[in-house]
Structure formats: structure tokens, C-alpha cells
Design a protein. Structure first.
Length: 74
């Protein structure tokens, strides 16, 4: 299956903004986080097709997975 992955903020450093990935059926958001070696400590928001999701949610062919870091500010 093909999934579009979008990275936001610090997750883009030395990576990409948007890229298509070929994944095996049954892959979860957590599998993508692990593959990209993103810090789970910094992981803030996960969106699948624009809807809030969790790391355990399964991805489907054609999905768009957006990974956002925690945001700091004052």
C-alpha cells in the first residue's frame, strides 16, 4: 500500500516535508515513527487524513499520515 507521510517542524530536519512510502498491509502509525527514527518523546500530534489518531491506528492504502512534534512556547 502507498501512504503519504508529512512531517512538521523539527521532524523535517535532515528528512523531508512530504514523501510517499510503500508499506505492508496492517502497518500502523507507530511503524512509520519507528522507521523514520522520530523521537517519541517529541511526538505531539498524529493525524490520519486530517483526523486525530494514535500510534496504534492502522494505515490504509492512500492515507495521509501527518506527524507533528510537541510545540513549546510562552
Amino acid at each position: 500500500m502507498i501512504v503519504t507521510v508529512k512531517l512538521v517542524g523539527v521532524f523535517r530536519i535532515d528528512r523531508f516535508k512530504e514523501q510517499r512510502f510503500s508499506l505492508v498491509g496492517g502497518s500502523r502509525a507507530a511503524d512509520v515513527v519507528e522507521t523514520l527514527e522520530l523521537s517519541r518523546r517529541l511526538l505531539g500530534i498524529i493525524l490520519i487524513n486530517g483526523t486525530h489518531a494514535s500510534e496504534e491506528d492502522q494505515l490504509q492504502d492512500g492515507d495521509c499520515l501527518t506527524l507533528m512534534p510537541l510545540i513549546e512556547g510562552g
